[in-house]
Design a protein around this ligand. Structure first.
Ligand SMILES: Cc1ncc(C[n+]2csc(CCOP(=O)(O)OP(=O)(O)O)c2C)c(N)n1
Ligand SMILES: [Mg+2]
Length: 707
C-alpha cells in the first residue's frame, strides 16, 4: 500500500487534470474545463469507493460509474488509463482521432470500462437510474450475488435537461438508495454563466423528488467529498451531492469562464496552467510514478474483489446449482432452451388486435424468458405490457412490472440503462406517436447496440377517435431512418408472435414493435409462414394462383396487409396473377442476401404496389420505377378507425384499382393521397397536397380509387 499524503492526493488529481488538458490539446479539440474542475471528486470516487476490477471490466459484481457529462470524456479516459484498464497513454494521445478507442464522447463497447455511451446531456443520468433499477431487481432474484452501487457525475447541462428531471423524479419515488450522483456545480455552461438561464436551487428540487441532498462548498476538499459519499451510502434514498467547482481550475486566464468549456486551452495557457500546478510545462502526458502507484492499487484490489465474488458464486452454487447457472446464463445474455415454446399460433380468420397478440406473447414468454423486464409510461392498460400476476416494481418491492409514469424520454434512457447492466431484456411501451418523446434515447440504444424492445401500440390513424394528435403518420419513415433499429410492423396476430420472437432473439440492437389498437383478421398462411418470414423481414404471404409468374406484386405492412390480401382476390379475378408480399421489417429484409430478396421481389416483376398507411417516403426503394405507392402524406383525423380507412381510401377496392392501373395503364409513382374531404372541411390551415395546392379536396377524379 502506498501511503497517500495530501501532497500525493494533489499530485494524483493534477495528473488527471494534466492528462485531460494534454489530450484535448493534442486533439486540438475537446472539453478541458470540466475534467479540470471535477478531477478531485472523480479521484475520490475512483480511489476510495469504486469497487471495480480494471483487469476484468465485465465482472458482473462491479460498481458502475457513468460519466453523464460525456463531453468531459478525457476525465474518464484518464481514470481508465491510470487505474489500469486496457487504455494506454497512446490511446490518450490519439483522443478523438480516427480508429482510436478514445472517441470524442464515451462509447460503450468501444473502450473497456466505459459503462454507457454519453454526451447527449441528461441521458447518462437516466441510464444510471436504469442501472440502479436493474441492480435492485437482479439482487432480488439472485440474492448474495448482486450488490453494487451506481456512481454518476453530472454537469449543469445534464440537470437542465428534461430527461434528467424525469429520471430523478422516478429514482426518488423508487428510493434507489444505491444511486449516488455527484454534481459538477461549476456555474458555467457553454454560452456563459448558468445564471443566464437558470436560477432554481437544484438540491432543493432534488429534495422535493425524495433524494438525500448534500452540498460540498469547495470542490478541492476531498475529505469533505469523501464524507458526503459516506453519508450518501448510509442513506436509503438516492443521493445528490452538489460539489461547487471551478471550470478550468488552475488556468490563470480561463478558469471560471466558458472559454474553458469546449476548446483547447492553447499552448500558452497550457504552460501557464501546468506552472500554476507546480508542474514542468515542457512535459506532456506525464504520469508521475508516485501518482500512478496510487491509482494502480485498483488492479490488485480489483483482482481481490473479483476472486472474492467468484468464491461467493462457488459457495452459492454448492447449495443452488440451478440458480447459479441461471445467473451466469442471464448475465451472458443467452436464452433458455425452449424459451419460445409457449408462443401461440392463431387460426386463420380470428380477429385480434396486434397489441393483444403482443400481450399474449409477453404472457407466454414471461415464464421462459425471466429476463424480460419492463413496463409502460402510464399506458399499461393500452399497451397491454404488464406480466399478469406479477407485482409492480416499487420502493417496497422489486416486482417485475415497471411503472414509468408519463416520462417517455426517461423511460427510454432507463431501459437503456437496464440493458447496459446486463441480465435483462428490457422493454418499454407507449403510443407509437410518442416515440418522438423518447427518440433521443432510442437513437442511443441503436448507436450503443443495446438489446431493448420498444412496444409501441396505436400504430396508425387506425387508433381512431383520439385523432391526429395521437395518430402516427411520419413515424415509420422516421424510425426506419435510425440505423441499427429494427422497426417491425406485424400484419396480424401470428406475425406479432413472430415479431416478439425475433425481438427476444436479437442481439446487438433495439427492436421496435408497431402494434394496432384495432382488431385485424388473422390472414391465411401466417400460421405457418410468419415465424421465419418476419424474422427475415419480408416473405411471400400468398403467391399468384396456379403457380403463374406474378404480373403484379402487392407489398404491405401491418394493418394494410389484409387490404393487399383482399385486393389480390379481386385482381386475380380480373386475370392479373398477383403476389402478396408482407414486409414487416425493412432492416432484416435488407440484411438478407440478394438471392432471397430476389426470390421475394423478383427483379423481373416490375409492376408493384405498396400499401402502408403512413408517409410514402422510402417506399420508392421497394416499388421501383414501374410501381406505385399508396401512402398517407397528411395527418389523420378523429373518427372511428373504419371510417378513417374508408375516407382516406385504404380499401381493398382502391388498392385493386391502383393495381389494375399499374398493370394496364402504366400508373406509377406516389399515388395522390386521399383526404376524403376532411381537410377542406377543417377551419383554418390545410396541409400542402402533393400537387402543391393546399386545401383542394382531391377526393374524386384525380384519385384512382375514386374514379
Ligand atoms: C442534449 C444536448 N444538447 C446540447 C449539447 C451540447 N453541449 C455540450 S456541453 C453543453 C453545456 C455545457 O454546460 P455544462 O453541462 O455545465 O458543462 P460544463 O461547461 O460545465 O463543462 C452543451 C450545450 C449536448 N451535448 N447535448
Ligand atoms: Mg457547468
Amino acid at each position: 500500500m502506498t501511503a497517500v499524503t495530501p501532497d500525493l492526493d494533489r499530485l494524483a488529481i493534477d495528473t488527471i487534470r494534466t492528462l485531460s488538458i494534454d489530450g484535448v490539446q493534442a486533439a486540438n479539440s475537446g472539453h478541458p474545463g470540466a475534467p479540470m474542475g471535477a478531477a478531485p471528486m472523480a479521484y475520490v470516487v475512483w480511489t476510495r469507493f469504486l469497487r471495480h476490477a480494471p483487469t476484468h471490466p465485465d465482472w458482473p459484481g462491479r460498481d458502475r460509474f457513468v460519466l453523464s457529462a460525456g463531453h468531459a470524456s478525457m476525465l474518464l479516459y484518464s481514470l481508465l488509463h491510470l487505474t489500469g484498464y486496457d487504455v494506454s497513454l497512446d490511446d490518450l494521445r490519439s483522443f478523438r482521432q480516427w480508429g482510436s478507442r478514445t472517441p470524442g464522447h464515451p462509447e460503450s463497447g468501444l473502450t473497456p470500462g466505459v459503462e454507457a455511451t454519453t454526451g447527449p446531456l441528461g441521458q447518462g443520468l437516466a441510464n444510471a437510474v436504469g442501472l440502479a433499477i436493474a441492480e435492485r431487481r437482479l439482487s432480488h432474484e439472485f440474492e448474495h450475488l448482486v450488490d453494487h452501487r451506481t456512481f454518476v457525475i453530472v454537469s449543469d447541462g445534464d440537470l437542465q435537461e428534461g430527461i434528467a428531471s424525469e429520471a430523478a423524479s422516478l429514482a426518488g419515488h423508487l428510493r434507489l438508495g444505491k444511486l449516488i450522483v455527484l454534481y459538477d456545480d461549476n456555474g458555467i455552461q457553454l454560452d456563459g454563466p448558468t445564471a443566464m438561464a437558470w436560477s432554481e436551487d437544484v438540491p432543493k428540487r432534488f429534495d422535493a423528488y425524495g433524494w438525500q441532498t448534500q452540498r460540498v462548498p469547495d470542490g478541492n476538499d476531498i475529505d469533505a467529498i469523501e464524507a458526503s459519499i459516506e453519508a450518501a451510502l448510509h442513506d436509503d434514498r438516492p443521493s445528490l451531492i452538489a460539489v461547487r467547482t471551478h471550470i478550468g481550475y488552475g488556468s490563470p486566464n480561463k478558469q471560471d469562464s466558458q472559454k474553458a468549456h469546449g476548446a483547447p486551452l492553447g499552448p500558452d495557457e497550457v504552460r501557464l496552467t501546468k506552472e500554476a500546478y507546480g508542474w514542468d510545462p515542457d512535459r506532456t502526458f506525464y504520469v508521475p510514478a508516485d501518482a500512478l502507484a496510487v491509482f494502480r492499487e485498483a488492479v490488485p484490489e480489483g483482482e481481490r474483489l473479483f476472486e472474492e465474488w467468484n468464491e461467493r458464486l462457488a459457495t452459492f452454487a454448492d447449495g443452488h446449482v440451478d440458480l447459479a447457472e441461471e445467473f451466469l446464463r442471464r448475465v451472458a445474455g443467452e436464452l433458455r432452451p425452449g424459451w419460445d415454446a409457449g408462443l401461440k399460433t392463431y387460426e386463420t380468420g380470428t380477429e385480434v388486435a396486434t397489441r393483444n397478440a403482443s400481450q399474449d406473447a409477453i404472457q407466454a414468454l414471461a415464464g421462459s424468458v425471466p429476463e424480460l423486464f419492463g413496463g409502460a409510461a402510464d399506458l399499461s392498460e393500452s399497451n397491454l405490457t404488464d406480466v399478469k400476476g406479477e407485482a409492480n416494481f416499487s420502493a417496497e418491492a422489486p416486482g417485475r412490472n415497471l411503472r414509468f409514469g408519463v416520462r417517455e424520454h426517461a423511460m427510454g434512457g432507463i431501459a437503456n440503462g437496464i440493458a447496459y447492466h446486463g441480465g435483462f431484456i428490457p422493454y418499454d411501451a407507449t403510443f407509437l406517436t410518442f416515440s418522438d418523446y423518447m427518440r433521443g434515447a432510442v437513437r442511443l440504444s441503436a448507436l450503443a447496440g443495446l438489446h431493448v424492445i420498444h412496444v409501441w401500440t396505436h400504430d396508425s390513424v387506425g387508433l381512431g377517435e383520439d385523432g391526429p394528435t395521437h395518430q402516427p403518420v411520419e413515424h415509420y419513415a422516421a424510425l426506419r431512418a435510425i440505423p441499427n433499429l429494427w422497426f417491425v410492423r406485424p400484419g396480424d396476430a401470428n406475425e406479432t408472435a413472430a415479431a416478439w420472437a425475433m425481438a427476444v432473439e436479437r442481439r446487438g440492437g433495439p427492436v421496435a414493435l408497431a402494434l394496432t389498437r384495432q382488431k385485424l383478421p388473422t390472414l391465411p398462411g401466417t400460421d405457418t409462414k410468419a415465424r421465419e418470414g418476419v424474422r427475415r423481414g419480408g416473405y411471400v404471404l400468398r403467391d399468384a394462383s396456379g403457380g403463374a409468374t406474378p404480373g403484379l406484386i402487392l407489398i404491405a405492412t401491418g394493418s394494410e396487409l389484409q387490404l393487399a390480401v383482399a385486393a389480390a382476390d379481386a385482381l386475380e379475378g380480373d386475370g392479373i396473377p398477383t403476389r402478396v408480399v408482407s414486409l414487416p421489417c425493412w432492416e432484416t429484409f435488407d440484411a438478407e442476401d440478394q438471392a432471397y430478396r430476389d426470390e421475394v421481389l423478383p427483379p423481373a416483376v416490375r409492376k408493384r404496389v405498396s400499401i402502408e398507411i403512413g408517409v410514402s417516403l422510402g417506399w420508392e426503394r421497394w416499388v421501383g420505377d414501374e410501381g406505385a405507392i399508396v401512402g398517407l402524406d397528411h395527418f389523420g383525423a378523429s373518427a372511428p378507425a373504419g371510417t378513417i380507412f374508408e375516407h382516406f381510401g385504404f380499401t381493398p377496392d382502391r388498392v385493386a384499382d391502383v393495381g389494375r392501373r399499374v398493370v394496364r395503364e402504366g400508373l406509377h409513382g406516389r399515388i395522390p393521397t386521399v383526404d376524403g374531404g376532411h381537410f377542406a372541411a377543417m377551419a383554418g390551415g390545410h396541409p400542402t397536397t402533393p400537387e402543391g395546392d393546399p386545401g383542394v379536396d382531391r377526393t374524386g377524379s384525380s384519385d384512382p380509387g375514386h374514379s
